[in-house]
Every structure is written in structure tokens, then in C-alpha cells.
Design a protein around this ligand. Sequence first.
Ligand code: SAM
Length: 341
Amino acid sequence: MAKDALGRRVDYLRISVTDRCNLRCVYCMPAEGVVWRPHAEILNSEEIAHFAALAAEEGIGRIRLTGGEPLVRGSILDLIRRLREIRGIEAIALTTNGTLLPKFALALRGAGLQRVNISLDSLDAEEYARITRGGNLGHALAGIDAALDAGFDPVKVNVVVVRSLGQNLGGFARMTLDRPLHVRFIEFMPVGVIPEADEHPSCSVTSWSRDDVVPADEILATIAAWGVGKGVGGLLPATAGEAPGGWGPARYYRFADAPGTIGVISPLSEHFCAECSRLRLTADGRLRPCLFSDLEFDVRDPLRAGDDERVRALIAEALRQKPESHAERIGTMRHMSQIGG
Ligand code: SAM
């Protein structure tokens, strides 16, 4: 079992399979997009799978594929099939904006994907198009249907709440009433935003502000008030059996008799660094021990050189240097889409 220097168990690897995306969410990417890394700089499926196998040897056996948008990567099915073959990999999950799930859901399931999280920040078509800079809400909703129809369990819907976007959260609560959907509200995080943008011209997103963070307790109060207003009652804590099994730090609630649940993830108002079990691999082969820290280890070169010992040593070093906490840290050099959200 992998442990870091503070004794935290680390068994979860988030792999960004591409820095490209078919949406441009306002808080995630600049309007003009980011400069894509050339293909030669991006790890191929064989390289990713080989890294995952070395990590699995250390006991890091839960994998989440993310991006960018993982479903724009042509070889995503091949990658999942490769990962399924690796001894020590216990489960493979995917985070997606859902718009390509109508095309891919069944094939993903057939390839061995087990869990899917769908990111969706608005249920209003115009607002969705505005937030995603041109996305089609119908495609994302069809993606949710496709994920349920394909038999993924659980299907989670992730909503990043940004105060100045003024999202209507009630519609998301309603989604949990008649289908087994697990809606998780996530606090807006200061990733890809740095106060000294001038010193780091590669980072152009400067829109994060503390005022835009809606704390989890406020989100829960809004949802509970919606339930009371609609006559479905207040929020009840979800029992272990009702909450979807998770790899992360969400707290779950539900409305009486609802098949779905409401979760909150509060990286800012309640740090969960003490239980952090993650490492991240960027699409260009950098191993990151913390989302909020720019500390990275280049595993691409040793992977390409076939130097497994060096890769193992870098995994050990990333564990050793995993920061204790992101504390009040604001900003990272890379955008979320480049790190893998
Ligand atoms: N394209 C995929 C998707 O939409 O889920 C995967 C990558 S996306 C970067 C992963 C998640 O990160 C999305 O749910 C997105 O909303 C979230 N995200 C991006 N920037 C964020 C921020 N500053 N704070 C919180 N979540 C953020």
C-alpha cells in the first residue's frame, strides 16, 4: 500500500488523458483556449498504461480518467481496455462533460469503465451555452440519459457553484427525485489563477475571486429551502447504503424517498487534505502530488527511455513530497484543463 511521508494512504491516480476540450467553460479555460501541447508531448496509451501498471505495483489501484475532455481523445477505448488488463487496478472511472456520452456510453461500458461523473453547471440552455461558451445543454442531458441507460452505477453529476454565475440550484435538486442521480455541488477553486499574472504570462485566467466561492453550508441551506418550498421536505443525511460509494471527500444528503442524493465537496471551506489519497498525472507526463501545488515530477522522459526504476523512484519522491495542505494557496501555473480536474 502506498503511503506518503505523513502516513496518508495514497491509492488514487487521476490521469489527464488530453489537454483538449470541446467546451470552453468560463472559469476553466480562457475564451481563446490554451495552447494545445503537440501530440508528441502527450503520453500515448501504452505509456499511460505502463505508468499505471508501475503505480498499481505500489498499491495505487483506483484510476480516474479526466482532461481536458477525455472523450475527445481518439484512443480512449483502447486505453481503458489496456488499463483493465493491469493487475492491481481495481476500478476505472471517468470525468466528462457528457456531451459525447450518447456516442460512447455503451462502448465505454463494454471496454470496462465502471463509473462516470458528468460535469454540468446549468440546466438552463442559454446559461449553459454562456458558461460553456457555446455548449449544447441537450447534448449534455442526453449524455446523462446515455450513462444511466448503459448501466453505469453510480452516475454522478458535478456542479461547480460560482456566485456571480447565479446558477439556479433547485433544478439540480429536482434531478435526484426520480432517478438514481447523485448531484454533487463543488466549491469554486482557485486553480489556474494567480495573483501575479504578469509574472507568469502563460496564465491568463484571472477571474477567480473569493467572493465567487459559495461555501458548502450555504449551498446545502439553499437546497434544503428549495425542498421545503416545493413540498418535498428538508434534506436528510444519506446513510452509507444510500450515498454512492466514493473515492473523494463528498458529504451526502437526500430528500425523503428520493433515489438520488445531493453531495457537497468543499475543498475551501473545509480542507480535506488530511485524507487526500491522490496523485495526478498530466497529459504531458508530469506527476503532481497536489492539485494546488505546482510541484511536478517529469515521468515522461524515463517512461520513454524504458527506465522503470527511475519512474518508481519518482513515484516515491512524489509521495514523499506530497504537500501537507494547500492551506490558503491561490493559483497554479497551469489551467485546470491542463492539470486534469
Ligand atoms: N472535461 C471533463 C469535464 O467537464 O468533466 C473533465 C475535465 S474538467 C477540468 C473536470 C472538472 O473540473 C469539471 O467538473 C469542471 O467543472 C471542474 N473545474 C474546472 N475548474 C474548476 C475550478 N476552478 N473549481 C472547481 N472545479 C473546477
